[in-house]
Design a protein around this ligand. Sequence first.
Ligand code: FAD
Ligand code: UDP
Length: 382
Amino acid sequence: MKKYDLLVVGAGLFGLTISQRAAEEGYSPLVIDKRNHIGGNAYSYFDRDTGIEIHKYGAHLFHTKSEKVWKYVNRFSSFTSYRHHVFALHEGRIYPMPINLGTINQYYSSAMSPEQAKKLVESKTEGALKDAKSLEERAVALIGRDLYEAFIRDYTYKQWQTDPRDLTASIFTRLPIRFNYDASYFTDPYQGQPKEGFCSLFGSMIQDPKIEVRLECDYFEDSSVPKDLPTVYTGPIDRYFGYRCGVLGWRTIDFKEKRYDLESFQGCPVLNKSDMTDPSTRSIEFKAFNPERKEVFESKKTVVWDEYSRFAGKDDEPYYPIGTRKDKDMLAGYEAMAKEEKKVVFGGRLGEYAYYNMDQTIASALEIFEKKVLPMLRNGKK
Ligand code: FAD
Ligand code: UDP
């Protein structure tokens, strides 16, 4: 019988990074996933009919500030020079997002300079930023009521199905306002998409023959899973402990696919829908993430997914942790139980109930591997 040193539950980016590092250090990990593919939520496939790379669980764009993470992913794939741009549809007009001088001038039908725009926006703000508790207070303190109501209020309501006055201010830190014409969505120095697609990147991460992958294998339901091994668990933390402190809240997304015999449907990769009149939050035109694949990009076929956000039921894919007070109390209970599990390390988005971007997931896995997994493996070898 084959001997494994480590069980990794979940073949998402966290589990793949742990497995890659374990094999590199000479250990033999068994990676299991209940899905029929590796890559977790960042998984993508090439559509048979069009050749377009489709991101099965929603659009994924790679970007990072971390040189360490960038060097790490570049060991397994080269990256394109893709830079992300988003537009927003509000009352029948298209605006650049995030809000920049172009958005502001277009919205006020003006030709203001950066200083003039700053003054105008400041005159529309209400309350001090430091006192802002809710998302609405923070947004209005930052960008003024007009822009908030046009581009943020309804989009946020659709995304969270919660009044922005009841949402925590921290959700709004990720969307800047710029008083210049820079319309790039991310400011990170390292950006790009894996040249051969996300799956090729994930496949190369686990090339080492010491790594064994078992798909369609649920940790809780498959009796062949060797549960006595040192384990890295990246599934939902509440599920691991039998929901003893309650069910953590998540949001999920429904996708509605449309296919067109057109070179391009919307002319940009992501179109946010800022108004309540359209129930979807945004539309993704996948081919636009890969303009370098000329044959596919210029073909007269395109695939667009409209996204609809809603609260996740127990059987839905968990996408965004909600993080209400009740969730935080539950999580504290689970974290206390996790500390007692000496042979199990919890990590990743589901294992920590945290919203991590891909680069943060990798950075966290690299760190946890050094600090917790490697010592556990070395102990096991004694
Ligand atoms: P996951 O990818 O969720 O992997 C966990 C794996 O564990 C899954 O494959 C699951 O099937 C498996 N599993 C769970 N329970 C069990 C069980 N009982 N037995 C066996 N296997 C189990 N990041 C970016 O950097 N850029 C983006 O543009 C971006 N866009 C995103 C868009 C959406 C809609 C979402 C939801 C996320 C986005 N992210 C983005 C974040 C990115 O998806 C995560 O950072 C990353 O996927 C987290 O990896 P993970 O391994 O922690 O979790
Ligand atoms: N947001 C908004 N309008 C937009 C884009 C974003 O109101 O056109 C707000 C919304 O509250 C959202 C938050 O900004 O939850 C974060 O946006 P981002 O695009 O970073 O969210 P993601 O989809 O990556 O979670």
